[in-house]
Design a protein around this ligand. Structure first.
Ligand SMILES: C[S@@+](CC[C@H](N)C(=O)[O-])C[C@H]1O[C@@H](n2cnc3c(N)ncnc32)[C@H](O)[C@@H]1O
Length: 210
C-alpha cells in the first residue's frame, strides 16, 4: 500500500503531504544524477535544451548556467502540475527573462516544433512513461538531426527501491527503453558505466538520426 502510493507520487507528485515528502526526497537524493546528466550533454552556450520530467527543477538550475549566449534556451516538460509550480518558483528569474520555458504535459505529446532541440536529458523519468515507444518517437521528432540525448540512472538504488516493492509495475530496466529508442530511429544507443565522486551510476546515450 505504502509502496504503491510512493510509486504514484514519484511518477506524478501532487500537491499533498506525499508529494511534498517526495519533492524533499528528490531534492536531497537526485541532485548529483541531474548534474551528471547535464554535464554529459555537453551543452553549448547557444544550445536549445530540453529536460523531460524535471521534477523540483535542480537539473534545470544546473543546465541554465551553461546557456550563456542570448540564443541559448532551456525548455522543460513535466506532467505534474505540482512539479511545474515548484520548478517555476525555483527558476522564476530565468523564466521572467525568457531564458527558460516550462511546460506541463507528457512526453508523448511535446508542445515543440519538429527538429527544434539540440540536447535532451532526463533523470529517473522514463520508468513512468505510459508508452516507451511513443515517448521515444516524440523525443526523436523534436530533436534536430544528430542531436544528443542523455539519461542518467543509478541501477543500485533502483534495485534497492524495487526490492522494497516500489516501481513494481514500472518499466525501469534500461533494455526495453533502449530498444524503444532504437525503434524510434535513434542511433548509437548505448549504456555506459560512470562514476561520480566514487559513486557508480549509469548513463544512456542516444543520437537522433541524421
Ligand atoms: C522520480 S521523478 C524525477 C524528477 C527529477 N528528474 C529527479 O531526478 O529528481 C519523475 C518525474 O517525471 C515526471 N514524469 C513522469 N511521467 C512523465 C511523462 N510521461 N511526461 C513528462 N514527465 C513525466 C514526474 O511528474 C516527475 O516529476
Amino acid at each position: 500500500m505504502l509502496a504503491r502510493k510512493l510509486t504514484q507520487q514519484l511518477g506524478h507528485p501532487t500537491q499533498s503531504l506525499g508529494g511534498w515528502l517526495v519533492t524533499k526526497f528528490l531534492e536531497r537524493r537526485n541532485r548529483a544524477l541531474e548534474e551528471r546528466a547535464v554535464r554529459l550533454c555537453e551543452i553549448q552556450p547557444d544550445s536549445t535544451v530540453l529536460e523531460v520530467g524535471f521534477g523540483p527543477g535542480l537539473g534545470l538550475q544546473e543546465a541554465v548556467q551553461y546557456l550563456t549566449d542570448p540564443r541559448g534556451k532551456l525548455l522543460g516538460l513535466d506532467c505534474s502540475e505540482y512539479m511545474h509550480k515548484v520548478a517555476s518558483e525555483r527558476l522564476r528569474d530565468h523564466i521572467a527573462s525568457g531564458k527558460v520555458r516550462l511546460f506541463q504535459g507528457s512526453v508523448e505529446s511535446i508542445p515543440l516544433p519538429a527538429c527544434s532541440v539540440d540536447k535532451v536529458y532526463h533523470c529517473n523519468c522514463y520508468y513512468f512513461w505510459p508508452d516507451l515507444r511513443a515517448g521515444s518517437a516524440e523525443l526523436h521528432r523534436v530533436m534536430k538531426p544528430g542531436a544528443l540525448m542523455v539519461t542518467t540512472l543509478n541501477m543500485a538504488s533502483l534495485k534497492e527501491v524495487v526490492s522494497c516493492g516500489v516501481l513494481q509495475d514500472k518499466k525501469w530496466p534500461p533494455e526495453p527503453y533502449m530498444e524503444a529508442l532504437r525503434s524510434a530511429g535513434f542511433t548509437d544507443v548505448r549504456l555506459e558505466e560512470k562514476q561520480n565522486k566514487g559513486r557508480d551510476f549509469q548513463a544512456i546515450f542516444a543520437t537522433a538520426a541524421k
